[in-house]
Design a protein around this ligand. Structure first.
Ligand SMILES: C[S@@+](CC[C@H](N)C(=O)[O-])C[C@H]1O[C@@H](n2cnc3c(N)ncnc32)[C@H](O)[C@@H]1O
Length: 429
C-alpha cells in the first residue's frame, strides 16, 4: 500500500512541506464549495445567522511552502477559516443590520509535531484567544475524537449543519462505519472525503489480506472478487471503471448519505496518481452545487461510468469484453468538458422522456431529480436542458404551481409538474 504520509510532516522551525498540484485542486474545491454553501443558505436576506460547524479531521500543519518555493500556500485549516470570514464580509456589504456566520472549527491532527505547528500558526494568524473558543484543535486520531466532536456539534444552538473534511492520505483511515456514525449522529452533515483509489487498486487482489482490509473498510460485500483477477491485466481505465461501479455503490448505500458525487481527480503535473473526491450529503441541492463545481473545473475531473445515467454495481457478466454484450461501457473515460456535457444532455433527454411517459401521472420536477438522485453526472440545470426539446415541441407538458404552461426547459422550477403528452387514440370505423 502506498503511504504518502512521510512526505507531509510539519516541524516548528523547519520549512513546511511543498504543496502538490493535487492539493491545490482539492483546496480550490473546498474554498469554492464552502463559499457557495454559505451563499445558498444565506440567499434569503431575512436570515440573520447561519450556525455552522466545520470539522477538518486530517488537518495537517495549516500551511505549505508555495509551488514556486517562495512564500507560503495555505493549508485546509486556513482555507476554511478565511473563506468563512470572507463570505461573512460579503454578506454584510451594504447592510445596516449585521448578518453572521457563527462558525465553529474543529481541527484534528494525529501527528504531534504537525499539531504543534498548526497550533502555533492558528494562534499567530487568528489570535490565541480564539483557540478553545471557536477554533478547537485536537491532537489525536480522528476516529478517536469524532464522537465527542459530534456531541459538541449537537449541543450547539441553532442547528447541526456541519461539513466534515476527511482528507486521508490513502483509503484506509475513513472506513464506512465511521462515515455512518457521522450521518447517524449529526442531523445535517456533509462529508468531503478523499479516497486514494489508485493506491487501493494497486493493492487489491483476491487474497485474505485484501479481503480483511476491505472488510474493515465496510466495503467487502461490494467487491466482485470473482472477476477481480481477470481484470488484473486490464488497462487502468477498465480497472477504474469496475472499481468506480463497485465502490461508489458501496459508499452510497452504506454511508447513510442520500446524495453523492464520486469522481476521479487526475492532477496535472508529473504525477499519474489519481484519487476520488467524494461528496456525501442528505440534500439534493448540496449535491447539485458540488456537481456544478465539477463541470466548472472540468479539466481536473473524470469518470468511467455512462455519460448520462449510471448503472452502479459492476459484475463481470455485464462487461462487454467478457461477455461480448453491449449493455455496459467499461473503461471509457468521460471528462466534464463540452463534449461530455452534450453527450450527457442528449442521452438524458432520450432516457427521461420515456420515463416521464411511463409515469402515467404528472411528476414534479423535484421528484424527478430526486429519483435520478446521484446516478448522473448532470446538474439540475443540465437535466432541464435535456428536456428542452421535448418541452418546446409539446411532447412533455410542464405546468407551474399556479397553472402556467412552461415553454422552455430552462424555465422549469422544482415544483412544476411534468407530464408526457398522451398520443390521441385513433378509432377506425
Ligand atoms: C493529506 S494531509 C492533510 C492536509 C490538509 N487537509 C490540507 O489540505 O492542508 C493528512 C494529515 O492527516 C494526519 N493524519 C494521518 N492519520 C490521521 C488520523 N487517523 N487522524 C487525524 N490525522 C491524521 C497526517 O499527519 C497529515 O498531517
Amino acid at each position: 500500500m502506498t503511504k504518502r504520509g512521510d512526505k507531509y510532516k510539519w516541524k516548528i522551525g523547519a520549512a513546511p512541506p511543498s504543496i502538490d498540484h493535487h492539493s491545490l485542486v482539492k483546496h480550490q474545491i473546498v474554498r469554492e464549495y464552502l463559499g457557495r454553501y454559505i451563499k445558498v443558505l444565506m440567499s434569503n436576506y431575512n436570515i440573520e445567522k447561519l450556525v455552522l460547524s466545520i470539522v477538518d479531521g486530517f488537518a495537517g500543519g495549516g500551511e505549505y511552502t508555495a509551488p514556486d518555493g517562495g512564500g507560503y500556500s495555505p493549508g485546509s485549516p486556513q482555507i476554511v477559516v478565511d473563506t468563512v470570514t470572507e463570505q461573512e464580509a460579503l454578506l454584510n456589504i451594504g447592510r445596516d443590520k449585521p448578518r453572521k456566520v457563527d462558525a465553529k472549527y474543529y481541527f484534528v491532527e494525529q501527528h504531534r509535531s504537525t499539531c504543534a505547528y498548526l497550533n502555533a500558526l492558528l494562534a499567530a494568524k487568528y489570535g490565541s484567544v480564539r483557540l478553545g473558543r471557536d477554533i478547537i484543535s485536537v491532537q489525536g486520531a480522528f476516529d478517536a475524537h469524532v464522537h465527542n466532536i459530534n456531541q459538541d456539534i449537537i449541543r450547539r444552538q441553532g442547528g447541526e449543519r456541519a461539513i466534515f473534511l476527511l482528507d486521508q492520505y490513502a483509503y484506509d483511515q475513513v472506513p464506512v462505519p465511521l462515515i455512518q456514525k457521522i450521518f447517524t449522529e449529526v442531523d445535517k452533515p456533509e462529508v468531503i472525503l478523499t479516497f486514494g483509489v489508485d493506491s487501493l487498486i494497486s493493492f487489491l487482489a483476491d487474497n485474505s489480506k485484501s479481503r480483511k482490509t476491505m472488510e474493515k473498510l465496510g466495503l467487502d460485500s461490494h467487491i466482485d472478487w470473482a472477476s477481480l483477477e481477470s481484470l488484473r491485466s486490464a488497462p487502468p481505465a477498465v480497472w477504474r471503471s469496475a472499481i468506480q461501479r463497485n465502490l461508489a455503490k458501496g459508499l452510497i448505500e452504506s454511508s447513510g448519505a442520500t446524495h453523492s458525487t464520486i469522481f476521479y481527480i487526475t492532477p496535472m503535473g508529473n504525477t499519474s496518481w489519481t484519487y476520488w473526491l467524494v461528496h456525501l450529503s442528505k440534500n439534493y441541492k448540496a449535491r447539485d452545487v458540488m456537481m456544478e463545481l465539477h463541470w466548472e473545473m472540468a479539466n481536473h475531473f473524470s469518470h468511467y461510468l455512462e455519460p448520462d445515467l449510471f448503472t452502479l454495481g459492476y459484475r463481470a457478466g455485464s462487461d462487454r469484453g467478457a461477455t461480448l454484450q453491449n449493455d455496459m461501457e467499461l473503461g471509457e473515460a468521460h471528462h466534464f468538458d463540452a463534449i461530455a456535457s452534450e453527450k450527457c444532455k442528449k442521452g438524458l433527454g432520450e432516457k427521461l422522456v420515456p420515463l416521464i411517459f411511463d409515469c402515467h401521472e404528472p411528476i414534479e420536477f423535484r421528484q424527478l431529480t430526486q429519483s435520478i438522485g446521484s446516478l448522473t453526472p448532470a446538474t439540475a440545470g443540465m437535466i432541464k436542458e435535456s428536456l428542452d426539446q421535448a418541452i418546446r415541441c409539446g411532447e412533455v407538458l410542464v405546468t407551474s404551481q399556479d397553472g402556467k404552461t412552461r415553454t422552455r426547459g430552462s424555465s422549469v422550477k422544482p415544483g412544476d409538474r411534468l407530464q408526457a403528452k398522451q398520443s390521441p387514440l385513433i378509432f377506425f370505423s
